[in-house]
Design a protein around this ligand. Structure first.
Ligand SMILES: Cc1ncc(COP(=O)(O)O)c(C=O)c1O
Length: 382
């Protein structure tokens, strides 16, 4: 049996190991210098003014919704084709979740449908729009910004799949995922299957000083030492609002800092792999997701649509290839059904789900391994 090939895999080099070992010998295992360094490096990488590191992408989302004062009585709009966390984090705040269907050729939220929802609903009901850069393909954030401005919405881009992605806007300017030139805040995850592995980890980027300040406050209990006065001892701190312990450690950030140095090389390799898949599947029964012009995919995943997805999935597993399905539409999950969602709510998302399969996509995938995957897919795809 050939070596197992997963759909995604982290790469840990000697430099990563050395960086973590050095962090472990430092006086501060958490709240130390690696965190600020990771924030500075990541902000520079995506082109944002601020980056606030937290312990995972879900808490990044939670803090982003809280920073926009999302709470009971508010409703957010997201897509059914995402990881549950995009919606769950709004539910943690007591807000309600609604969804717009997707474009089944890209898997991304259908912004025409979002606009229709906004048009027919009394203003004030919807508070936040949370699009997702599914598989690494950036959402049209220019259009999202227009909608957010017109309907007075907060805008949180879930770019967990897309560090390194970008698109060219209507004026010809490059907009990088996470530069937050269009979103109020952009959020990222550093789970090992993502581009940059910290074990667990997350980031919120923003260009807004007040939002960055609030995010920092909320990630550490709502406590600050900023209000120190002359007659205070240096122990003095204030808890200004109810926050959380969503801090990341220096050990994780040391790994993140080391991994970030290879981020560009990783994107190039992912794009090479995507091109090889695309060429191999041309004129076959295997349909890669559509790649719109002017949008540069960061290729967290390589998703294909297949009429006989289950058969292909089983055949790959039998050959030790562990493809995956991203995602089961949120409206089909039992918990979301207790909230009133039902099968049939989002026909495009459900069609997409019946056909999608994420093939192995990670920088250390070799050409030989990829050729084996391609051959096994083509043996049974119809
Ligand atoms: C689109 C999306 N949003 C949010 C998350 C949550 O990130 P984390 O697992 O770091 O909490 C994930 C993780 O899988 C994701 O894929």
């Amino acid at each position: 049996m050939p070596k197992a090939i997963p759909y995604g895999r982290q790469e840990i080099t000697q430099d990563d190991l050395d960086a973590v070992a050095t962090a472990l010998q430092h006086d501060f295992l958490t709240q130390g210098p690696q965190i600020a360094e990771f924030e500075k490096n990541f902000a520079q990488y995506v082109g944002a003014k601020h980056a606030v590191a937290v312990n995972n992408g879900t808490t990044a989302l939670h803090l982003a919704y809280l920073t926009l004062d999302c709470g009971p009585g508010d409703t957010i709009i997201t897509t059914p084709i995402t990881f549950a966390a995009t919606a769950n984090a709004a539910l943690y705040c007591g807000a309600q979740v609604e969804m717009a269907d997707i474009d089944p050729t890209t898997g991304l939220i259908d912004l025409d449908q979002v606009e229709s929802m906004l048009k027919i609903t009394p203003r004030g009901k919807y508070k936040v729009l949370s699009p997702v850069d599914l598989a690494g393909l950036p959402v049209d954030m220019e259009r999202c910004r227009q909608l957010a401005d017109e309907y007075n919405l907060g805008l949180i881009e879930d770019a967990c799949h897309a560090p390194g992605g970008s698109f060219i806007d209507s004026m010809g300017a490059t907009r990088k995922c996470g530069d937050s030139s269009l979103a109020d805040m952009t959020i990222f995850s550093f789970h090992p299957v993502k581009h940059i592995a910290c074990g667990e980890g997350g980031m919120v980027t923003t260009n807004d000083d007040a939002m960055a300040k609030r995010l920092r406050l909320l990630r550490s209990h709502g406590i600050t030492k900023d209000n120190m006065q002359e007659d205070h001892g240096s122990w003095y701190y204030e808890m200004q609002e109810l926050g959380y312990n969503y801090r990341i450690t220096d050990i994780q950030c040391a790994l993140g800092n080391s991994q970030l140095k290879r981020a560009d090389a990783g994107i190039l390799r992912r794009r090479e792999i995507a091109q090889r898949y695309t060429q191999a599947f041309a004129e076959t029964a295997v349909s890669p997701l559509r790649q719109p012009k002017n949008f540069d995919n960061a290729y967290h995943l390589f998703v294909v649509l297949l009429k006989n997805r289950k058969e292909v999935y089983d055949h790959l597993r039998a050959n030790n290839i562990f493809a995956q399905v991203h995602y089961i539409p949120l409206n089909l999950l039992p918990y979301f059904q207790t909230l009133g969602f039902a099968k049939g709510d989002f026909p495009n998302a459900e069609l997409y789900y019946s056909q999608c399969l994420s093939l192995p996509m990670f920088p250390s995938l070799t050409n030989e391994e990829q050729d084996f995957v391609i051959a096994k897919v083509l043996e049974v795809a119809q």
